[in-house]
Design a protein around this ligand. Sequence first.
Ligand SMILES: Nc1ncnc2c1ncn2[C@@H]1O[C@@H]2COP(=O)(O)O[C@H]2[C@H]1O
Length: 704
Amino acid sequence: MEKEGDGNLATNRWQRLIRWRQKQKVNVGGEDKKEVGKSDNTPWKVKLKRNLTEWIVDPSEEFYYVWLQVMIIPIFYNAVIIICRTCFEQIQMNYLAVWLTLDYLSDLMFAADMIIKVRTGYLDQGILIQDRAQLKKRYLRSVHFKLDLCSLLPTDLLYLCFDIHTPLVRVNRFLHMSRLSEAMDRMETRTSYPNTFRISKLMLYIFVLIHWNACLYFALSKYIGLGADRWVYPNTSLPVFNSMRRQYFYCFWFSAQIFTTVGDTPLPDREEEYLFMIADLLIAVLVFASIVGNVGNVITNLRDRDNVFFPNHELVKVYLRSRHISKDLRKRVSDWYQHLYINKKITRENEILKQLPVQLQTEIAVSVHLPTLSKVTIFQSCEKSLLEELVLKLTPQVYSPGEYVCKKGDVGHEMYIIKEGKLAVVADDGVTQYAVLSDGNFFGEISILNIKGNKSGNRRTANIRSIGHSDLFSLSKEDLGVVLSEFPAAKRHLEEKGRQILTKMGILDESAEGQQTVVEKVETKLDRLESNLDTLQTKLARLMVELESSNRKMQSRVELLELELEEMDHLPLEELGGERDGDWELDGHRGGEEKRGEGVGEEADRERDEAKGEEEEEEEVGEGRVKGQGLGDNESKGGDGESRRSAKEETGKRGLDRKVEGLEEGVAENGQGGGEEKEENAHDDGGAEADGDTLHSHSEKAPT
Ligand SMILES: Nc1ncnc2c1ncn2[C@@H]1O[C@@H]2COP(=O)(O)O[C@H]2[C@H]1O
């Protein structure tokens, strides 16, 4: 029982331990989760902080543009409201809370604007400077910073000295005006309607001017005394003139009259009134002049735009009249102009885009004309680069109904691609139609392609007449030539189509074409021969260089061998013999008579004579063997040590002689053109020598 109880206790303990560990795990997991939550928060905050500290504004980006537009609001608010509140007490008093709120909101925006200005990058040598220290330095040193700082001076504190109803203390806010001109300039370059924008901007400025004048007029009236004379603002005790709106509108109307110099303004009575009027009239002259000037500019711009888009009809009309051109022809010209205007056809697109960089011109032209070009069969399979090259060279042309685009027999200078419309290939009678061409077709290529065997040469093969109004692109012969020289596949396609038409018309001289083909073949062969000759010459030059270098190697080897020989001549015979004895001993060759030694020498000489007529490699190998054999014979015959030594000396010397001779021959042969092979043979010789026992001992002493 005890044991059982102990066992239960132990089990419980284990269970408790497991449970405790599980709990701990859960806790740890929970804490971990909390940690994760925390760590999620931390990086986000850090990230935001880092982003804010590293934040740089690119002046070309959208944010900057939008911010500039937003900044127009506080600037205009200060420009319009401060003076208004100063002069019209009712406006100031009735809406004080609103004004104070707007005042501090605008101050906040000015402060934010200063921060953005510090963080706005600028271009230096085309690269956007984003270094915060540099940007800060630049802004702090600029006049803008001083003006911005002055505009944000807390002059509102002067409310403590004066009354809170003296908004004039905030007059320094006007110093933030510079941002307004920047915003306006940006908008003007961005807008698609610059003329409308310019007029609107002018009107806005004039409005602010009249507003200011209205406020000052009311202030002057108050100073002189409301209703004191006919010129000043009427007495506000009169209920009609008491309301705030009436006061403002009356003053605005009065100022507008002066500035536009339209309508009768009451005559001034007092000097102050005269002075005010004089100043106003002077300003009015300027305002009027700027209105007229600006509106005139806008009108001129509009006319220029029309002139660029459409040719000047008036001038042409005058010209036609002065030249007494027939009524019918004048009507056709007039119809053509009408068609352009009504259907908004632009014939001078390339001229309009000329001021843009070529890359942009191409992109615009591609996006405008690609739909047409992609319909043209020859261009359908073309690379994009060909189309890009082509598209800038196309000249738009508009043809009226019944008009001939080209006449049979004329010299061809350009080909045409049909953008829109229908054209007929007509017979000389002008009635019979051979074919009708429509959108995406092309024609006029035959006379400008120099197709071989074309009997009509560079003359048009058919009459092409516009059925209705037709929009075409013309492509000059030169431009087409340039483009096709880079794209031979397109050229072949065009020529093929031309040949088909010429064959159908029976004006393709096939024999001429055949002759041309033969000539072309011969030319091709000649070209190939020329290129082969070039290759051979290159090879020959290379061989010559190799020959020279192997000659040099051979010579140096010969010199080396001669040196060795000389050295050997000067060596005492004992030294040579001793070594050789050692060799002989090693080889197990002993004894030998002088006679036999001579015999070896004679044999070697004989062999040398024999070998002279043989090939070098064979000669050397044979030589080695014969020598080995000769010596073996001698050895078998037996003899004393001395005679054996002298025989060996002789053989050694002769062997080297022969080697030198062999090499000289090799050099001589090399001189006849077997450079590398001979060198290899010389190496082989070494191998052959090694085969022969006698020469083997030589070769060890004399490096070959
Ligand atoms: N039967 C035809 N069908 C289609 N096009 C033609 C036909 N005959 C001539 N043309 C085109 O009319 C063009 C007239 O000028 P070209 O000879 O330069 O090139 C000619 C061809 O492109």
